[in-house]
Write a protein that binds this ligand. Sequence first.
Ligand code: SF4
Length: 350
Amino acid sequence: MSQPPRFLFVDINKRCNLKCRHCMYWMADDNDRANYISISRRNEIIDEFSEMNRNGTVVLCGGEKMLDLKEYFSSTTHCTKVGLKCFSVINGTRVQSINMADRMIMEGPSEITVSLNSHRAKIHDRTRGVVGSFHKAVNALRLLLESRLRLNSAKRIYAMAVVCKQNYRDLDSFYDFVLNDVKADKLKLNFLQPTFGPPAEMHTDEFFEQNIITDYEELGAIIQSCDKKYQLKINPKWLVQVKMYHRSVKNNRDARLGWRGTTGTEQHICNTYERNIMVDLYGNARLCFSTGFPEFLLVKPGDLRDFWENSDDIRAKMHNCNRYCGISHSVRRESATLRLGTKALFKTNC
Ligand code: SF4
């Protein structure tokens, strides 16, 4: 691989305080914390990544990362110290005071995204599994935006939704709420995939079966209409792939199988192996979140580079992988939006 990795995904924990219907991490715990890599070891890995790509981005993963503030802010501040960008998606429950919002703006990630599934409290709470989580997510966004203004920060603050049957017909008013009422910088769209997290992979995936969008043409038309109304600069290639993804799941008739399904999307749409390294809590490196491909235990300085430069056999296998996770914002080849530069049209990172 001649190009360096662009993103390093590092796990902070694996437990969560919500009960999202599309994710089973809330059933996990951190009881084997004694086996996790230490903060200093995680920072060494971040250092090694920065030597491979000075312009790279570290993405903090979980669980709800902000349940472990020491680990969370140790990573965000270390990224700042070594000059890397740092992205983090949070559920907002731990940003409920102006003091914490200020800390996030001063010491937190360079780009903060709060998960928000709808402008309707009922739909957000139902899909996130905890009553009251909508008000906390919106409160977190408002506090972060207030702190950013007062502290004169340029940090980007986004909302991100898991789009499914329960919210896609409301996207117009959802965009209006996020952009014009809350006034976040962007509403990112992620699409429902099979339920993830360890126990989910063993069971029938009723939530995915019942909530994956089947009218993909209607979905496409709604996104196009929002694009026009809110000047979103939607990437047309991404929109084609969004429709293809939903058409594939519909035609395969295997949503009920969740991750146990073996058919996948009509086309190969991920490029994780060209840009990402995922490092789990135990120091294992992978080229995507799937445990279906070989992992490499990072033990000493140089191992991260070694893994990246000597994994073309894994890349060759991934190049033929069409699993449903290919539509995820973390791994898809096509970005959702385009931005106009001075000389050309660039793809953005999300
Ligand atoms: S589509 Fe395959 S290679 Fe791409 S992220 Fe999913 S499991 Fe990994």
